[in-house]
Design a protein around this ligand. Structure first.
Ligand code: FE2
Length: 311
């Protein structure tokens, strides 16, 4: 094989603790194996990586590329836009992601990677922020690390949508809520998970957390606020200003993200494909567990994120 036509990807860090832009790669299902390996290594090292100018991607090519990173999975409750794996993230939808979260943590084996592609971007605003939950953990004072190591938390897709979206129309909220919580999930995760590929410990929290197991509301809220504040420290984050055709890929096992809701009524449309994850384990080796329902129901197409509940 000749190397004359092979361009090595360029990797440019954006933030000190998280985020890098990758150049010289045209994403798709036909990427050479060595490029996939470099993309994957950059993803694990930088937690979120960005690619400009991927306008050639459509839903099928987006999914074909996702397959190079793992097994695409469907959202457990929200139907896709293409009947397969591409989830629509639309500014006119009933819910926006303007809360710090990790995708789909209300099931045990939540996605390992999320691949988000910008189709329509607003003239201003609508940025997305990511936070590194591994450096957030590493930066905790030792007594707080020890405390976090000992805790478990309950995650659910049932939360107060009206509180999250005070400006949403009641009908839109009711409709979104009905779809999003068509099955009500409750999962117990360790507050600290050990990354299956890097071995790093990270904080596993975000807006699907209902409470810390074994604590009452007020104590639980105080601890959640304490740990979450470390995750959200600006030094721990990177912010991306979208252009149409951009792709962001993040390691969903070591990050939280936040979609900033500041583009007024302008249209913002993105497509997300997620890749299957593994059941988290805590520092003591205890895995996450699905409390209810007994199993993750099958989606309309393919397999659902988190369907695997075996450790
Ligand atoms: Fe998200």
């Amino acid at each position: 094989m000749t190397t004359a036509t092979t361009t090595l990807p360029t990797i440019t860090k954006i933030g000190g603790r998280i985020g890098a832009e990758i150049g010289g790669v045209r994403l798709g299902g036909d990427l050479p194996e060595e490029t996939v390996a470099e993309v994957r290594a950059a993803l694990l090292a930088h937690k979120v990586i960005f690619f400009r100018g991927q306008d050639h991607l459509d839903e099928a090519a987006h999914e074909a590329f996702a397959q190079l990173l793992g097994t695409p999975v469907a959202h457990p409750t929200v139907p896709s836009v293409d009947g397969r794996y591409a989830l629509g993230i639309d500014s006119h939808h009933g819910a926006r992601a303007n809360q710090w979260h990790t995708d789909v943590t209300f099931v045990p084996a939540y996605p390992a990677f999320s691949i988000l592609r910008a189709v329509t971007v607003p003239p201003y605003g609508g940025n997305t922020l990511w936070a590194n939950t591994a450096t957030a953990y590493a930066g905790l004072p030792e007594p707080l690390r020890a405390l976090a190591d000992s805790l478990r938390a309950l995650h659910s897709n049932e939360y107060d949508y009206a509180a999250v979206r005070p400006d949403a129309l009641p009908e839109a909220l009711a409709q979104y809520r009905e779809v999003f919580t068509s099955t009500s999930f409750l999962t117990e995760h360790p507050v600290v998970r050990v990354h299956p590929e890097t071995g790093e410990r990270s904080l596993l929290l975000g807006n699907f957390v209902q409470r810390i197991a074994g604590l009452t509301g007020r104590d639980s809220r105080a601890l959640l606020d304490l740990f979450q504040a470390h995750i959200e420290r600006p030094e721990n984050t990177v912010r991306w200003q979208w252009r149409a055709g951009d792709v962001a890929i993040w390691d969903n096992r070591a990050t939280q993200h936040y979609g900033v809701d500041d583009s007024d009524e302008h249209e913002r449309t993105l497509r997300r494909v997620t890749v299957d994850g593994d059941v988290p384990v805590g520092p003591d080796g205890a895995p996450s567990r699905l409390i209810s329902p007994e199993t993750v129901p099958a989606p309309a197409f393919g397999i659902a994120s988190g369907a695997s509940t075996a450790a």
